[in-house]
Design a protein around this ligand. Structure first.
Ligand code: SF4
Length: 423
């Protein structure tokens, strides 16, 4: 470790905000593997919004409000005489307000008049590429990616199993203990990448076996609902009032779009822009292709034990072909961001035989506004597949009624649909 690195992280705890609690938990474990004392934020609750409201104008994105509120809860409990803090806040370029999150956090911290070194914002961009992680940056990027894929896999098998469990709560118990085992494997420092991958595959195979032993009663008449939309709001249970659980309670099963999907999209965008700027044959393109290659290789290895379990639940393999599905409605080179992915995923899921699509979006986010305008045409062109946008802003909505009505539509579509499920 370099001296700078040691100085920066000495007596400092890094807090990782959750899009999903599982993803943040495993990502924090990946940070621990390079010697950083990292922990995920506690799950959001009503206090989250109460605290955030004191510092916000009301014009910010709902995901920022939730993340800032969770951060303020940590600050309230922090003992700055004993430890200093860091908060992990990735950033991005483009039209989405996500690029403003990191500056917002920096302003928020300075408005709290803390000592300059009490809290730092770890905000990797494509330009600085995790430079605060010093010589560990490459190692962390590989382990962090594996952490996200493991979290996606465990969430996927949770959602496929839980609606059919015979003993309520059993699937979540297994899920929690599998997450803990994966975290314990991820956090061990000083393991070569190939060895770590092998250990993760072993622990995921054990997880798979545990899920397979959960007593279930399959019911093919349950409508399968594809869930797309804004990444934070669709994955963060508090933000979407636990909509996935609501779908299950009212008799459906959810196929929730994962986190990796966004990474494949950004990789594709990176290469598209390099081609656009005449850099098709360049070192930058070679680096982009190698990154994509190794990420896919890791993903294949981690998913391999679940081949049988995820039959009929396969995620798109070729990103460019997948995004091209959106072309007649929102072409990738004319639109930008999650609206393209959501439309492409809706069409992809229709071809997998789902019975309806729910698009989750924060209120005022342009992704949901644009997709809601596009979906009637998408639905008409795809056997009148039921598609509905749900918006969230932290105020309570009667989800029981709205989800219940939507599931009725999905059941009726299920009887007349042309694309059947493979089983
Ligand atoms: S996608 Fe929408 S809600 Fe999410 S960060 Fe961007 S602007 Fe905000």
């Amino acid at each position: 470790m370099t001296t700078d690195y040691q100085q920066l992280w000495k007596n400092r705890k890094l807090y990782v905000p959750p899009m999903t609690n599982s993803g943040a938990r495993l990502f924090a474990a990946a940070f621990r593997s390079i010697g950083i004392d990292a922990v995920e934020f506690a799950p959001a609750d009503d206090e989250t919004l109460e605290l955030a409201s004191k510092f916000m104008s009301g014009e910010e994105c709902f995901p920022l409000k939730v993340t800032a509120g969770d951060f303020l809860k940590v600050i309230r409990q922090a003992d700055f005489s004993k430890e200093r803090m860091a908060v992990f806040m990735p950033t991005a370029e483009g039209p989405c307000r996500f690029g403003q999150y990191s500056p917002f956090f920096k302003n928020l911290i300075s408005s709290m008049k803390l000592a300059p070194d009490d809290v730092i914002v770890l905000s990797p961009t494509s330009k600085n590429a995790y430079e605060d992680l010093g010589s560990h940056a490459q190692e962390f990027k590989r382990t962090g990616w594996r952490a996200l894929v493991c979290a996606d896999i465990l969430r996927k098998i949770l959602l496929k199993t839980r609606p059919y469990e015979i003993h309520p709560g059993e699937t979540e118990q297994v899920y929690d203990s599998c997450l803990a085992e994966v975290a314990a494997t991820l956090e061990v420092p000083g393991i070569k990448p190939a060895d770590r991958l092998q250990k993760l595959v072993q622990v995921l195979t054990r997880s798979r076996d545990r899920f397979r032993t959960i007593p279930t009663r399959r019911d093919v008449s349950r409508p399968l609902i594809g869930v797309v939309g804004e990444i934070f709001c669709r994955l963060n249970r508090f933000s979407n009032q636990n909509l996935i659980k609501k779908i299950e309670e009212l008799g459906g099963e959810a196929w929730l779009s994962d986190v990796a999907e966004w990474v494949w999209y950004t990789n594709s965008e990176q290469q598209r822009k390099l081609r656009l700027f005449g850099k098709k044959y360049s070192r930058a393109m070679l680096a982009a292709k190698l990154k994509n290659h190794f990420q896919r290789k890791d993903e294949h290895a981690l998913y391999a034990p679940f081949h049988q379990d995820f039959t009929g639940y396969e995620e798109p393999e070729e990103t460019d072909d997948f995004l091209a599905l959106s072309n007649p409605y929102l072409p990738q080179n004319g639109a930008y961001g999650e609206m393209v992915i959501s439309v492409a995923k809706t069409i992809y899921l229709h071809a997998q035989g789902v019975d309806g699509i729910i698009d989750i979006s924060p209120f005022t986010c342009m992704n949901g506004t644009v997709t809601e305008a596009i979906y009637p045409r998408v639905s008409r062109d795809h056997d009148h597949l039921p598609i509905k946008n749900f918006y969230f802003d932290g105020t309570q909505a009667d989800l029981n009624r709205d989800v219940g009505i939507f599931l009725e539509l999905a059941r009726s579509y299920q009887h007349r649909k042309k694309v059947k499920r493979p089983f």
